[in-house]
Design a protein around this ligand. Structure first.
Ligand code: SF4
Length: 416
């Protein structure tokens, strides 16, 4: 098969993977080498469907021996099949890099022959790039569940980021929709990566010459909407992954119906609004000190479509407000809709010199059209603070306090 034909098949087959962001990593370019992951070398760009396109994003093979219900590459689908050799992927990466088309490589694969057979070839790609081509650009490798620990270790030593897709939010759904994968085969490499990353950090504190293991950390991807789990179950899972496996990111990927299969739900469009809300809630878990149980409850286990999760929390907790911006601590300020990490820090810094005035709040970057219902400034409210929750909800929705537009379900081009 011609190389061009392989590229067409294997780059097209990779487009459903959302977990390719490259942030948070800097590499030392080897002497005489090329490429880097600093701001100038890696830039993020996004396709119109929201996926990152700054890396050469490609599958090593789409010739899969597994038959996951939701996947376009499953063995029972009559799609054209192709596989690269390791050398072909290396040459493509270097060629595209030299032409300034890409800043790095995101390499995933179907399970071709066996997990170890596939993983060995993927690791070879990264090792040849690093050791023979002296490539200092960003490399993200997907780990095939069921790969041997030694291959996972080699992957971590060659790549900037490695990730294992958790695929579905529960082991029951995994059994039903991806019966050849198991929870154990997915969690074992995740645990190993977490442990090796931790050890590498300790060793590098002792000596800068100690090898780096996946310096941009590990991430995972979860398909949303192909199985019946609630948002609360999904957020609890993410919370556990962040705290126990030391994950950098969980990516939520709205289920795109590409196969007819009676195990799958029939959807008019991918649940992209739900994906968006989960990313917002995930942000609250990672940076705003919220727990999954604060964002959702067993009585209301799904995210509000009309409001972002922080505004929804504020509406459910009127007793927490109003917050006095000239006295509240950082954690309390972060709970106010319209106040983000940057504006909370600026408030704390600015009020050391003088109390912040209502005009000062806007200058600091607070989104007043939302915050105004939840704060006082030196005791003065911006709005009546005794508004009934239903009325406040209505004002936020219909007035200028909600998000710029009422969120609508988004539709992927060509799939609407
Ligand atoms: S293992 Fe499953 S999800 Fe991965 S390529 Fe094969 S069929 Fe698709």
């Amino acid at each position: 098969m011609e190389l061009q034909e392989k590229i067409t098949i294997l780059s097209g087959a990779a487009r459903y993977d959302a977990s390719c962001a490259s942030s948070g990593c800097s590499n030392d370019t080897p002497r005489g080498g090329m490429g880097n992951t600093s701001q100038g070398g890696i830039c993020h760009s996004w396709a119109d469907d929201g996926r990152c396109i700054s890396l050469l994003k490609i599958l090593l093979s789409n010739d899969c021996r597994y038959d996951c219900a939701y996947c376009v590459n499953r063995s029972s689908n009559p799609v054209p099949r192709a596989s690269f050799t390791a050398r072909e992927v290396v040459d493509l990466t270097m060629e595209f890099y030299r032409r300034n088309y890409i800043e790095g490589l995101f390499l995933s694969s179907a399970v071709n022959v066996s997990p170890d057979h596939t993983m060995e070839a993927m690791v070879q790609v990264a090792e040849i790039l690093r050791n023979e081509e002296r490539f200092g650009g960003y490399i993200h490798l997907k780990v095939i569940p069921g790969s041997s620990p030694e291959l996972v270790r080699r992957a971590g030593l060659a790549a900037d980021r490695i990730s294992v897709n958790i695929e579905l939010p529960s082991s029951e759904s995994l059994k039903r929709l991806a019966p050849q994968k198991s929870k154990e085969a997915i969690l074992a490499p995740m645990k190993l990566i977490g442990a090796e990353s931790g050890m590498s950090l300790v060793e590098r504190r002792k000596s800068r010459k100690a090898p780096r293991f996946a310096p941009a950390g590990q991430s995972t991807q979860m398909i949303i909407g192909a199985s019946p789990e609630t948002d609360l179950q999904i957020l609890r899972l993410s919370q556990g992954l962040y705290s126990r496996m030391n994950l950098k990111r969980v990516y939520y990927s709205a289920f795109v119906p590409v196969n007819e299969d009676n195990r799958l739900p029939v959807l008019a469009a991918p649940p992209l609004l739900r994906e968006h809300r989960l990313y917002q809630a995930d942000w609250l878990l990672r940076f705003y000190g919220f727990s999954a149980e604060e964002i959702l409850s067993d009585d209301a286990p799904n995210l509000d479509e009309s409001f972002d999760p922080k505004t929804a929390w504020a509406l459910r907790n009127p007793g927490f407000f109003p917050v006095e911006v000239n006295r509240a601590d950082y954690a309390t300020l972060l709970r106010v809709p319209g106040i983000g990490v940057t504006s909370a820090r600026r408030i704390i810094a600015a009020r050391r010199f003088a109390p912040i005035s209502p005009e000062g709040m806007k200058k600091i970057g607070v989104v007043m059209k939302r915050a105004r219902y939840f704060i006082t400034c030196s005791g003065r409210p911006f709005e009546r603070v005794d508004q009934q929750p239903a009325r406040l909800r209505q004002r936020l929705l219909l007035g200028d306090g909600s998000e710029p537009k009422l969120p609508r379900q988004l539709v992927l081009p060509g799939l609407g």
